[in-house]
Write a protein that binds this ligand. Sequence first.
Ligand SMILES: [Zn+2]
Length: 397
Amino acid sequence: MRSGSLASLREGNRRLVIEALRERGVASRAELARATELSRSTISTIVGALIEAGLAVERDGQPDGEAHAGRPGVMVALDPSAGLALGIDFGHRHLRVAVSDLSHSVLAERWRELDVDHSASEGLEYAGQFVDEVLEEAKVDRSRVVGAVMGLPAPINHVTGTVQDSSILPGWVGIDAVAEATARLNLPVAVENDANLGALAELMWGAAKGRSEVAYLKVASGVGGGLISGGRLSHGVGGTAGEIGHTIVSADGPVCRCGNLGCLETLASTRAVSNLLSISRREQVTTRRMLELAAEGDAATCRLIGEAGRAIGIAVANLCNIVNPECVVIGGDMALAGDVLLNPVREVVERTAIPSAAADTEIVAGVLGERAEMLGALALVMHESERFAAPGLKEAA
Ligand SMILES: [Zn+2]
């Protein structure tokens, strides 16, 4: 607990310094100390680590408004040209790859559909092609990439980077995702759960900006979740924290790919709802068509999405009782249904969560849409760049 909160404090401080540099462009260490209200020695340590990791550079210059005659100050700046970040987001049915500079401006991006049962080697092959393509389109050299973060829709061991539960992502059974991806991409790679990345992105730029106790649900063809506590991702001891999609909300519900009956995912995923809709309409209904029908106010579609919302509400009410978040962000494709989905979630939470927990929690739609996970991957490269600066990783690449 102690070391966790210390790490959380360090991460928070580092983020403050990066944000201050991003706002100012260049700043002296003294300016950074004033802007962040951190001590000069803390600033020196953080700036030293950023320079070491190739994220910041020193420049000669005069700090604004504090020109000391004849003494040019040493200024610090984030150096966009010093490094690039790669984000790789595997969904159940898609792959998205982007390269950005370290101010998070996306330089090039690719997307494709994937078969839900794709193998790891197949997925990595596509990812490798996309990485080559985005680097070429952005006209940048691979050697300038600080690191790549790869999101996978399964619990990921935070320390080893291995896929924890093979039944949730069968095509990646027994794969050391970090080692395989590092070898295939010839880059230092870290692996993270996709919904954790979505949570991070919504925290930094989206619906949860400025919050610190946040739960994020990715409701797409699978249902995942990420928890933020004290402004920091919460992984649990083995990386499974936040797997809300496989909590049971109906004891005699449909069988889930994880082997249980009545998991939230079997009732609330876009796949579950569009399958039911396909049966009732006697035609194949895609997620996009389902969302169009919802927007048109189609009664059956709204009813089925409402049922999905009520199932999500049961899981979220339990979550509110247990972790007492200030904000629950519902993201993923299903969130595009807006209040057709969210109002039933809110009703069930209000009715069934402990009143004080329900009152504390705002339930909102994500604002970053289908790019949230990929943006979170780019953010994580920046914020955990020390993972990539480690000599072992550089050598492995
Ligand atoms: Zn399940």
